[in-house]
Ligand binder design. Structure first.
Ligand SMILES: [Zn+2]
Ligand SMILES: [Zn+2]
Length: 240
């Protein structure tokens, strides 16, 4: 028996004896359904972003222009293209909140699976995955970095390496409480390439949990490009 055949037999057998709970609602998944996936009802409640996509933010295009109306108001970003999974509303917002503030691997895996599928659909090319870092004091308070967790799981699903190349050099104020102008100022010199990290001529997928104005991702992209990266593309779970 081949290994994939054995694996699918094991999954089927496991499905007979126990069914996995849906990480969204906790209800048992239908028999034979893989662990690490959402039930149909939960999937229907998430407002997934559908094509045509805005290349600026990975959100939906809302007019006839090449970028969405939110991106029209922003300065040119440093990355090539962005992919986002869902809009920050309804079930998506609830899942993102749970993922961000509680260390929930049972939720992180199914999200990472969806992320990898979205990246494949968008044909995003990258050869290394880099999470947006948190300042160590914030990581210490929260207990983990949600972007790092997401990046390492996407690495598992895609087989591409995950390297924490960036460091957050300044604590800064919490971005979500600032105006657009304050956000930009707050980010000057916020990121640096870690000692020994090599991003030269590498095509990088920068991963964060949520994009609001994109200024954090732009600052992180700029640091990678300045350090020699050949290109930066961006993935976020949610577009606000
Ligand atoms: Zn569910
Ligand atoms: Zn956009």
């Amino acid at each position: 028996m081949t290994l994939p055949a054995l694996e699918s037999l094991l999954i089927k057998t496991a499905g007979i004896f126990c069914s996995f709970p849906c990480p969204g609602c906790g209800n048992p998944l239908p028999e034979g359904e893989r662990a690490n996936s959402f039930c149909r009802e939960c999937k229907e409640k998430i407002r997934f972003i559908t094509p045509p996509f805005c290349p600026g933010c990975g959100g939906e295009l809302d007019g006839a222009l090449a970028v969405c109306s939110k991106c029209m108001r922003e300065e040119k970003r440093q990355w090539l293209e962005a992919v986002s999974l869902f809009g920050m509303e309804g079930m998506g917002r609830i899942l993102l909140h749970r993922f961000k503030f509680y260390n929930t691997p049972e939720l992180a895996r199914p999200l990472a699976r969806l992320a990898s599928e979205a990246l494949e659909r968008a044909r995003t090319e990258f050869d290394v995955i880099v999470p947006v870092p948190l300042h160590w004091t914030r990581r210490f308070m929260r207990g983990f970095n949600q972007s790092r967790l997401m990046a390492s799981l996407i690495s598992e699903f895609t087989g591409k390496p995950c390297e924490g190349m960036l460091a957050r050099t300044r604590m800064g104020r919490i971005q979500s409480r600032l105006t657009r102008e304050e956000r930009k100022k707050n980010l000057i010199g916020a990121f640096s390439l870690k000692k020994g990290a090599n991003c030269k001529k590498r095509n990088i997928l920068l991963v964060d949990d949520v994009m609001t104005t994109g200024s954090t991702l732009s600052a992180a992209s700029a640091e990678l490009l300045k350090s020699g990266a050949s290109a930066v593309n961006v993935f976020v779970l949610a577009r606000r």
